[in-house]
Write a protein that binds this ligand. Structure first.
Ligand SMILES: [Zn+2]
Length: 239
């Protein structure tokens, strides 16, 4: 059966583990949102790249369509010219002229649209070039950062398991009633059932402990609880 002083020394080891566990958990909790933010960034880049590619494909398809249209119009014009050459009737001749004017108007419109398509195509291809440059740099950095965070999460998780394991090996050394008290407060508080007293401040709830009680706590000779948060108060120097 351990003495109270021995129990307190074990409790000090426990609270040190608890604080480390708390820190590791905080680290671990911060990682997934960072990974999510990186994923969003990468997705945004990939999306604007595929969106621009999609626009270029659409422009190219329209360009091919207009080229065909122009070819058809030119063939029609050739045909009309031939008809014009052979026609004897004035009225029919004028009708052909009107038809040719109509076709020429369509040719003008198609050529105008073609110029606009070529212009926009050039702008979009510039965009692709800039995006490609950006992605080869920034995207690589983001992917590397994500890898690093995933490795960090893995390593933190491993050290968390080790800490939990070390704590489990200390616990059985503590007197049963104190261990139970610890477990009860630990469950209620979520981090630890024990708190270090630094100066006269309980490090569990940051409230001030009366000077005389603080003196007694620092002796580590009896189980004393914080009057505010209920945690068992111990004292050790932070190295
Ligand atoms: Zn407290």
């Amino acid at each position: 059966m351990p003495t109270v002083e021995e129990d307190i020394q074990f409790l000090i080891q426990i609270v040190k583990k608890d604080m480390e566990i708390k820190e590791k958990k905080k680290l671990l909790d911060a990682i997934p949102p960072r990974i999510k933010a990186i994923d969003r960034e990468i997705k945004k880049m990939d999306e604007s790249m595929s969106e621009t590619k999609r626009i270029i494909e659409k422009l190219d398809a329209e360009k091919r369509h207009i080229e065909l249209e122009l070819k058809t119009h030119h063939a029609e014009l050739e045909k009309k010219k031939e008809e014009q050459r052979l026609v004897k009737d004035n009225k029919v001749y004028r009708a052909i002229v009107t038809e040719m004017e109509f076709i020429n108007k369509k040719v003008d419109q198609a050529e105008e649209r073609m110029l606009a398509i070529l212009d926009e195509g050039e702008v979009r291809r510039d965009e692709i070039r800039i995006l490609t440059e950006k992605m080869s740099g920034e995207r690589g950095v983001l992917v590397a950062e994500k890898d690093r965070l995933e490795r960090e999460a893995g390593a933190t998780d491993d050290s968390l398991k080790i800490l939990e394991d070390e704590k489990l090996r200390i616990l059985p050394h503590i007197s049963e009633d104190i261990r139970r008290q610890y477990a009860r407060i630990r469950t209620a508080k979520g981090d630890s059932g024990v708190a270090n007293l630094m100066g006269d401040i309980c490090q569990g709830c940051y409230s001030r402990v009366p000077p005389q009680r603080a003196v007694e706590v620092r002796r580590n000779e009896q189980i004393m609880n914080c009057e505010v948060c209920g945690r068992i108060l111990v004292h050790y120097e932070i190295s």
